[in-house]
Design a protein around this ligand. Structure first.
Ligand code: PGA
Length: 237
């Protein structure tokens, strides 16, 4: 993984219209320019092409990510978006988010197929891990995870810590750090692990400061561009 650390991912989930996404990009552009890590912006699929054009035209230091991807290659799968269809726009894609499991019944097999599709399309998977049982299943299901550890961003994201648009209820930075260290041990040296769950401007620095945490996946607090800018500042310090 050659992306400069820390990695800060904005997961907008199913929020915002195009006009709001465009203003978000305008707001964050200046801070992004002086940011020495990597900022990965994940709006809804419908806005990826317009966001790509805007970012390129204005040379903004933002990378684009998809919030999900189909487990299938292009074909008769109504409503799906195949990895190969967004490979020109996105360098990253979130997979295995616990909301996909909870609301869309995604399984470990689905997640592993998605990882494979992304790797073929040369898109970096941002693979969410809820707990060690899940991580062990991923490892057991496919050599793909360990073999390609340098091409994957791992996210330690306990579902209990996700705000889900409600109250912030983060894990403790110390525990998150310990879990990130264990994931690194399990996957192998050099694995990049970020933390996700209720990161906000107040607690961001305490997570980014941890030795084994290489960045953050931010949901609710990324919706407000000013809060997201404060999180970027915390990541920088
Ligand atoms: P949150 O979401 O920051 O709102 O907890 C994180 C995520 O689900 O990716």
């Amino acid at each position: 993984m050659n992306d400069p650390l820390p990695l800060v991912v904005a997961n907008l989930k199913a929020n915002k219209t195009w006009d709001e996404v465009a203003s978000w990009i305008d707001d964050v552009a200046k801070t992004a320019t002086s940011f020495t890590g990597t900022i990965i912006f994940c709006p809804s699929h419908s806005f990826l092409a317009s966001a790509f054009a805007k970012i390129a035209q204005n040379s903004i230091n933002l990378k684009l990510g998809s919030q999900d991807i189909s487990r299938f290659e292009q074909g008769a799968y109504t409503g799906e978006v195949a990895a190969s269809q967004i490979a020109d726009l996105c360098q990253y894609a979130i997979v295995g988010h616990s909301e996909r499991r909870k609301y869309f019944a995604e399984t470990d097999d689905d997640v592993m197929e998605k990882v494979k599709m992304l790797l073929v399309a040369k898109i970096t998977p941002i693979l969410c891990i809820s707990d060690f049982k899940q991580l062990d299943t991923y490892i057991a299901k496919g050599q793909v995870i360990v073999k390609n550890k340098d091409k994957i961003i791992f996210v330690y994201e306990p579902p209990s810590a996700i705000s889900g648009g409600g109250e912030f209820r983060p894990d403790s930075p110390q525990n998150a750090n310990e879990q990130a260290a264990k994931i690194k041990e399990r996957i192998g040296r050099g694995a990049v692990v970020i933390y996700g769950g209720s990161i906000n401007p107040q607690n961001a620095q305490s997570f980014f400061r941890q030795e084994n945490i290489d960045g953050g996946l931010v949901g609710q607090a990324s919706l407000d561009s000013q809060q997201f800018i404060q999180i970027l500042m915390a990541a920088r310090n």
